[in-house]
Write a protein that binds this ligand. Structure first.
Ligand SMILES: NC(=O)c1ccc[n+]([C@@H]2O[C@H](COP(=O)([O-])OP(=O)(O)OC[C@H]3O[C@@H](n4cnc5c(N)ncnc54)[C@H](OP(=O)(O)O)[C@@H]3O)[C@@H](O)[C@H]2O)c1
Length: 293
């Protein structure tokens, strides 16, 4: 099993699940839906589910939650067989607005619960110089209540770095997941160590660097050695770092390729080569300084 439990080293296995601290199983890889319109999303989600994906990642910000909901309905799967994630956007911060954001997402998706709900981006010191910590705590209080009410089965954050996680770690229920940009060259070592120490499951967004990594000669050499593609090596890298990859493609053949990552393993030496990429493909934005509207 691919487990995110504290201190555990991931063992290679064909099982495609991670665990979160509330003991829920999370299927991997997840299918990402950023930058796809509603109609394309509907078809892509159905296609992804047909191919075997059981984890769909969307967000209010993507404006395609209706498409995700329709894709889920088009598939013959039972609700409980698919892990559905959405996120509260930055125009919905604070207790009341986060609760409203969740309700809006449920309605658009046509669901009565989410498997995981995330705060999409932290309030930071650039946008809220004196109150960023309180703003995040106030939003998080709503997440705790949504969890207690059963509207969401698990709660987490996205793009939170250790300083931004600290205030939430003092609260009654702490984040179970942190979804961050994560790919060769960008692994946020401090955040990675923090999440591992506190048993927070890390999910990788842009595990392919949104395509930036797909010409890298060192990754190409590793991929050729396994008769795999660079995309598959990047996805495998996340899995072996015990990080749950969320990968997006709107092409069925690539969706299939991105799911076909359980019949090979990167060696310790190959993992070390990729670890040494740190800084080569830097993060696309920094949550400490970037204000997103
Ligand atoms: N929480 C956050 O702040 C946040 C931010 C960004 C993303 N995300 C989530 O993470 C998901 C994945 O991230 P992402 O979409 O930014 O980037 P990504 O999955 O790293 O890369 C997607 C890009 O790579 C291409 N691609 C996918 N598979 C490929 C393959 N096998 N061979 C060649 N090209 C391939 C796709 O093109 P085609 O579609 O044309 O195949 C697309 O242009 C998102 O969809 C979203 O759900 C979250």
């Amino acid at each position: 099993m691919l487990s995110a439990r504290k201190g555990e080293k991931m063992a290679y296995s064909n099982e495609k699940y991670f665990m979160i601290s509330n003991r829920d199983k999370v299927p991997a890889p997840g299918y990402g839906t950023y930058l796809i319109d509603n109609e394309t999303t509907r078809k892509a989600v159905k296609e992804a589910l047909d191919l075997g994906y059981r984890h769909i990642d969307t967000a209010a910000f993507y404006q395609n939650e209706e498409g995700v909901g329709q894709g889920l309905k088009d598939s013959a799967l039972r609700r409980e067989d698919v892990f559905v994630v959405s996120k509260a956007w930055n125009d919905h911060r604070g207790y009341d607005k986060v609760k409203q954001a969740c309700q809006n997402s449920l309605e658009k998706l046509g669901l009565d619960y989410l498997d995981l709900y995330l705060l999409h981006w932290p309030a930071n010191a650039v946008e809220y110089p004196d109150t960023w910590s309180e703003v995040n705590q106030d939003s998080w209080r709503a997440m705790i209540d949504l969890y207690k009410e059963g509207k969401v089965k698990a709660i987490g954050v996205s793009n939170f770095l250790p300083d931004q996680l600290d205030p939430l770690m003092k609260m009654e229920i702490v984040p179970m997941v942190n979804q961050i940009e994560f790919h060769p060259g960008c692994t946020w070592p401090d955040t990675y160590a923090y999440c591992k120490k506190h048993g927070i499951l890390i999910e990788a967004w842009s595990p392919l660097g949104r395509g930036r990594l797909l010409q890298d000669p060192d990754l190409m050499a590793i991929a050729l050695g396994h008769h795999k593609s660079i995309a598959q090596v990047c996805i495998r890298y996340a899995l072996q770092k015990n990080v749950l990859p969320l990968v997006k493609s709107s092409h069925p053949e690539r969706m299939r390729e991105n799911f076909d990552v359980f019949d090979f393993e990167l060696s310790d030496h190959e993992m070390e080569i990729i670890d040494n990429f740190e800084g080569k493909y830097p993060a696309s934005r920094d949550p400490r300084t970037t204000v997103l509207k």
